[in-house]
Design a protein around this ligand. Structure first.
Ligand code: FES
Ligand SMILES: [Fe+2]
Length: 351
């Protein structure tokens, strides 16, 4: 069961232009569109008449028109025109579709999955989203449960094995502990960090040092670099690596469930150094296929877990320190589900 009174990333700003965008989100078929004055709306995509898919229709003025018999719905989900009844005919009561609150900010479109309500809070803004060096990877649709996908995005203990062929090469088998795991005051994010003892940090030399410095802007191997984690209720996971020059290298991933076994996955990397070198940009461009490969490796693992098709995932998960961020997210997300009167689908600990 998912938390509905919650913001999720629905799309990137540039995905919604004059054409409506159809997207399955948390088991609902949703259509996102901009009315002709540019206002953004999200409606349930199933037409109230005979169920055609509104995302296959077109925007007319402030409304979206169903492709089948032309019924039109405004941003509130109310049907405001039915061609077949003529000018004097009455639009039937109940001719409406759900309307989901949306919030557009910093290049992302967020959706509140409880329709026809008014959210009391907004997704937090982050300065780093405005950084000049921001590489967004293509939006992915991938297999895996929501919880496994979010947890994998926060977890470093799988990197040396799952990603042995890409980023995990030579990673240490024992990780520094995850410490200071805390829920933020508003209860909508958990934060933690991984601090490496100086003697276990691995500084690259020669070509590797040059490559890492220009690729990530880091002076040492990213696998043994100190980092902070932040996981938001929305499914957004942020890793921050502070660099010697005071700037930050950031990797983020937002997971939004399409249904119980598939997700939308929005990811990017950011360097807050506004003067990032040209050669660094070029190396990153050369490297972009490797990023896609890393996500393929994760997806292959997550989608092949034996719990993949179980609605509640693993019935008796057992955790160690390296899982603390994931566990903290489970608790936070589970609390929200309970606050809505539901039962969390994913157990926190072995029962
Ligand atoms: S199904 Fe949409 S107008 Fe008929
Ligand atoms: Fe991974």
């Amino acid at each position: 069961m998912f938390a509905l009174e919650n913001w999720y990333v629905a799309a990137r700003t540039e995905e919604i232009d004059s054409q409506p965008l159809g997207r399955k989100l948390l088991n609902r078929d949703v259509v996102l569109f901009r009315s002709e004055n540019g206002e953004l709306h999200a409606l349930g995509a199933m037409c109230a008449h005979r169920g055609a898919d509104l995302s296959k229709g077109q925007v007319i003025g402030k409304s979206i028109q169903c492709p089948w018999h032309g019924w039109q719905y405004d941003g509130t989900g109310r049907c405001d025109a039915i061609p077949s009844i003529g000018k004097c005919g009455k639009i039937p009561n109940g001719a409406r579709v759900p309307s989901y609150p949306v919030h557009e900010s910093q290049g992302y479109v967020y959706i509140w999955m409880q329709p026809d309500t008014s959210p009391t809070w907004r997704p937090p803004e982050h300065d780093f989203f405005e950084a000049r060096y921001h590489v967004k990877t293509p939006v992915r649709f991938q297999r895996g449960s929501f919880i496994n996908t979010v947890e994998a995005a926060s977890d470093d203990s799988h990197v040396y094995l799952t990603h042995a062929k890409t980023i995990g090469v030579g990673a240490p088998s024992a990780l520094a502990p995850v410490v200071d795991v805390m829920t933020t005051d508003d209860g909508r994010a958990v934060e933690g960090k991984m601090i490496w003892p100086a003697e276990r940090k691995r500084r690259f030399t020669g070509f590797n040092a040059w490559y890492q410095r220009h690729l990530l802007g880091l002076g040492e191997d990213s696998n043994t670099h100190d980092r902070t984690y932040r996981m938001e209720l929305s499914g957004l996971v942020i890793h921050t690596y502070r660099k010697a020059d005071g700037n930050e290298f950031i990797v983020y991933a937002a997971t939004t469930p399409a249904d119980e076994t598939t997700n939308w996955f929005f990811t990017g990397t950011i360097d807050t150094n506004p003067n990032r070198s040209l050669i660094g940009n070029f190396l990153y461009w050369l490297n972009r296929d490797r990023a896609a490969k890393v996500f393929d490796e994760d997806e292959e693992m997550i989608a092949s877990t034996l719990t993949h098709d179980l609605p509640g995932g693993h019935p008796r998960p057992i955790s160690v320190n390296a899982d603390s961020m994931g566990l903290a997210f489970r608790r936070m997300y589970g609390k929200q589900v309970e606050a809505e009167g539901g039962t969390p689908a994913w157990p926190v600990a072995a029962g």
